[in-house]
Design a protein around this ligand. Structure first.
Ligand SMILES: Nc1ncnc2c1ncn2[C@@H]1O[C@H](COP(=O)(O)OP(=O)(O)O)[C@@H](O)[C@H]1O
Ligand SMILES: [Mg+2]
Length: 432
């Protein structure tokens, strides 16, 4: 099979790398990719050569005789790339536009949860600044304010006072700093507990559950600093047990699939449930994403022992429910850890163009992988080209020993302004 992976981050590098190991793959293309795709002999990068539209991607698919497209980022799902490519008769991994509204609109998603009895924080919806401002006067803090639309991780404010809440509302609804995305908002109850990423691949009826991991969202150690796209991830999570996992499936995943079916659609692709798990083990949904998470994927692709490609193919055949669950053998029974290095300025405007020096021993351990995110090649040098620059991921028998190995590899990579957290895998992430 000839596969095209869409996206340019570490998630897409990891997906493409994993697919390239398949026994049924012939070529793996990545558009627009990053320098990691350029330097990997198994992968072919298609660089950007003009405006990126559905039509442009359709053209790339034809030119390269692609059989199946795997979409990484949410933007393409929400604007209907799946629908477009399906109409051309292609296999595409990901939900259609109507279903991707579960990620594309927080309001749609919260109403969907309410209508389908899916546990989530209590909420109110506001289309009007004055009404929202009035509402927070009577609120208990902390409270959470969310822009309705896609905001690249910048649309959620956990606020501790009325002043902070007003600032967030002004920013979103008056100044429209996030444009249309902040025109209307959800204001919801703050939930305490352990935040986890529960991802399944589904054909609409059957599911494959991925190992549940945690994503470290704050920039700095001990949960300090601003929110980011994710600075690392770890697995396993000792506070989860099999009982809880079955409950997450029955109370959250199944009702999503049924709810989507009741709307006259079929959920095909990845369903990412961001969950807040309380001390007593009850989970409530923070949000749904309709694609794999980053950096989680950079860890999950290493934890996956079996062949990814047949699963992807079975999850996207039109009118077929051919995905079958995998045995525990499909996953390595190991600990996993990934650490992200970011550039100076991130998550604000990040410095670009710094030369990255990579130690010679970086690739000498088959259980440790170096994935690229914001990288490019300029005049033969590897340079920084984005906020999150690269990731070191690893699997091993024991988390402590693995931590040492991953951090040792991380120290072999150098660039000006390099930043990473030192505490990935050391502590569980917990909201108090
Ligand atoms: N109701 C809530 N209670 C506590 N924390 C929350 C709540 N909603 C969101 N958060 C925090 O804010 C982060 C971002 O919110 P999320 O809904 O996932 O938006 P997005 O990923 O689209 O930015 C979450 O990962 C979580 O840490
Ligand atoms: Mg999120």
């Amino acid at each position: 099979m000839r596969i095209l992976v869409i996206g340019s981050g570490g998630r897409e590098h990891a997906i493409a790398w994993k697919i390239s190991q398949s026994t049924i793959v012939s070529k793996v293309y990545v558009f627009p990719g990053n320098a990691g795709i350029d330097v990997d002999n198994q992968l072919i990068r298609i660089p950007v050569s003009g405006p990126v539209s559905n039509e442009h991607i359709g053209k790339l698919v034809n030119e390269n005789n692609i059989d199946m497209v795997v979409i990484g980022p949410e933007g393409f799902l929400v604007t209907g790339l799946v629908d477009y490519l399906q109409r051309k008769g292609l296999l595409v991994v990901g939900p259609t536009k109507a279903v991707a509204a579960l990620e594309g609109s927080k309001i749609f998603s919260k109403v969907f949860m309410r209508n389908n009895g899916i546990p989530t924080a209590d909420f109110e919806i506001f289309y009007d600044f004055d009404k929202a401002a009035d509402y927070i006067k009577g609120s208990k803090f902390p409270i959470v304010i969310k822009a309705n639309g896609l905001a690249g991780g910048k649309g959620v404010f956990v606020v501790k006072s009325q002043e902070e809440a007003l600032l967030a509302l002004q920013h979103l609804m008056k100044q429209r700093t996030l444009g249309e995305a902040g025109k209307c908002v959800v204001i919801e109850e703050f939930m305490a507990g352990f935040e986890v990423s529960f991802i399944v691949l589904t054909d609409g009826r059957n599911i494959v559950k991925f190992p549940i991991c945690q994503d470290y969202k704050n920039l700095s150690n001990s949960g300090k600093g601003p929110n980011t796209g994710g600075m690392g991830a770890h697995f396993p999570l000792p506070f989860l047990n099999e009982n809880m996992l079955s409950k997450f499936e029955e109370e959250i995943v199944r009702p999503v699939l049924r709810g989507v079916e009741n709307m006259g659609h079929v959920y095909k692709g990845f369903l990412y449930c961001g969950l807040m798990v309380s001390e007593s083990g009850e989970a409530r949904v923070l949000e749904f994403n309709c694609r794999l998470g980053d950096p989680e994927t950079q860890l999950l692709m290493l934890l996956m022992k079996g062949d990814f490609l047949p699963l992807l193919e079975n999850a996207c055949r039109k009118d077929e429910f051919s995905l079958s669950d995998v045995s525990t053998e499909f996953w390595h029974q190991r600990a996993g850890l990934c650490v992200v290095a970011s550039a100076k300025g991130y998550p604000g405007e990040a410095l670009k163009g710094d030369v990255i020096e990579v130690g010679r021993q970086i690739g000498d351990d088959p259980n440790i992988k170096f994935f690229h995110s914001g990288t490019e090649i300029l005049d033969g040098n590897l340079i920084t080209n984005g906020g999150r620059v690269l990731t070191i991921s690893g699997i091993g028998e024991n988390k402590d020993a693995l931590r040492n190995k991953v951090y040792e590899k991380m120290s072999q990579i150098k660039f000006n302004g390099k930043h990473y957290r030192n505490d990935i895998g050391l502590t569980e992430i917990r909201e108090k």
